[in-house]
Every structure is written in C-alpha cells, then in structure tokens.
Design a protein around this ligand. Sequence first.
Ligand SMILES: C[S@@+](CC[C@H](N)C(=O)[O-])C[C@H]1O[C@@H](n2cnc3c(N)ncnc32)[C@H](O)[C@@H]1O
Length: 252
Amino acid sequence: MKKVSYGFDAPVVIRNLFLGSLGLFLITGLAFFIKSQLWFWVAFIYLFVTALSFFIMAVWTLYSSLYLKPKLISKLIEDLELTGCEAVLDMGCGSGMFLIEAAKQLPRGKACGIDLWLNRDQFNNKIENTLSNAEVEGVQIELKTADMCRIPYRDKSFDCVISSLAIHNISDKVNRDEALSEMLRVLKPGGKFIIMDISPAKSYFEFLNEKDNVIVQTPNTIHKYCPPVHVIKGKVTHQKESGKLYEEAALC
Ligand SMILES: C[S@@+](CC[C@H](N)C(=O)[O-])C[C@H]1O[C@@H](n2cnc3c(N)ncnc32)[C@H](O)[C@@H]1O
C-alpha cells in the first residue's frame, strides 16, 4: 500500500551538520586520552561544545521539517479562510505538503504547484512523489515543472498564492524579487498570499510593502522552528482599469 512521503528539507545541510559533529566528537574523544597542558583543555572544550551545537542543530532542523512544519501549514491554511472554490498556486511546492493541505479545502477549486524538483532543497524531491502523495491523500492537483521567476500561468489567474521555505533557495535578491513580482502578476485583485520562509523573508516584506496595490502584514517570526521562519500574509487590492473592474478573486 502506498504511503505519503513528504521528506525533509535541506538534506545537504543536515548531512553536513551530522558529519561535522561526528568528526569533532571523534577528535575530542581521542584527544581526551592525551594528557596535556591548559591550552589543550581549552581547545578540547571549544571543540566539544561546537560538536554538540552542530548535533543539536541537525536534530532540531530535522524535527522542524518533520513535525513542526505540518502543524504550521495546517494553521496557515486555516488562516486563508478558503471557501472551497478558489484557484490556489504553491510556488516551490516540493513534495506537496502545503499544496495538498490546500487541495483538501478546495472541493470545487483548483490546486496548482510549480517546482524545479531540486534534491539539494528537499529529500527525494521528484514530481512523481508529489503526485503519489496527492493520490494517497485523495486530492486532485496540477503540477508544472517551472521556475518561480517565470510562472507559467496567465495574469490574474489565482485567488491565493502560497509558498513555504522555497523562495530563499533562489540565490540572489534580484531574482527573489522577480519571483515576488510574478506572484503579484498571477494573483487576482483581492487575491491573498501567504509566504513562510527563513531569513531573507524580511526583505520580501520590504519589497511587497513598497507596492501601491499590496497590503502586507508585518512578518510573524516563529522562533521554535530551526532555523527560525517568518510568515508574511497579505493581499492584492482591487483596482480599476479602463473603467472596468478586474475579475474578482474567489468568485464562486
Ligand atoms: C525546502 S523545499 C520546500 C518544499 C515545500 N514548499 C515544502 O514546504 O515542503 C524548497 C523547494 O523549492 C524548490 N525550488 C527552489 N528554487 C526554485 C525555483 N527557482 N523555482 C521553483 N521551485 C524552486 C525546490 O526544488 C524545493 O522543492
């Protein structure tokens, strides 16, 4: 029988933290048996504390993505107050935890996800796995392989855009801003967005806050997550163009 498999984030970082701590524990373990002078014991304590902090960070990061993320995501979906008929896009959906949770609330709507399926960013990251997770959870989703800096959907096609721990994977700010501009392009007036991400997220707030047609809340930081994550919620405001009101978000 098939099972859901959402994997965990940042496998390379977690592996390096475990290897780093293991190496340092081995060095301190061997060094413990060598009698030496005071400077040696200072170095020994320094290495031991570093090894321990690497180990704690690796376990905490793993715990965050396996146990804290599902809880945070179901709360964020609740906050979207979906009526069931919206079109929702997940930018960087990966194995689909956020997207599938949204799809469960969209019996008459549409849940779409885009991703580049990068294994360095999520363990066992492949489109087949995300489709299989949706099948096991009993929901319909539409997936496209695409860069979030060039979203392959028309202007104003979504009522909501969601994104979790994905935008920071774009290496430079210019391209991260491009992804945010793309998000605004595909949102209908009145459309909502929720972004959860690590440190660069504060710059997303600044970028979005400068836009005339965007209302964005001050980021809420969740410190119990490792690394801490920031949640940014907002909406695109209604505008008139050539006297005609744009298609409204979430018209069922
Ligand atoms: C840490 S994973 C998070 C996946 C999912 N949102 C979640 O929370 O489980 C980050 C995802 O962003 C995707 N990604 C990175 N850069 C991307 C880009 N430029 N366009 C689309 N997806 C991207 C990766 O392939 C990966 O699936």
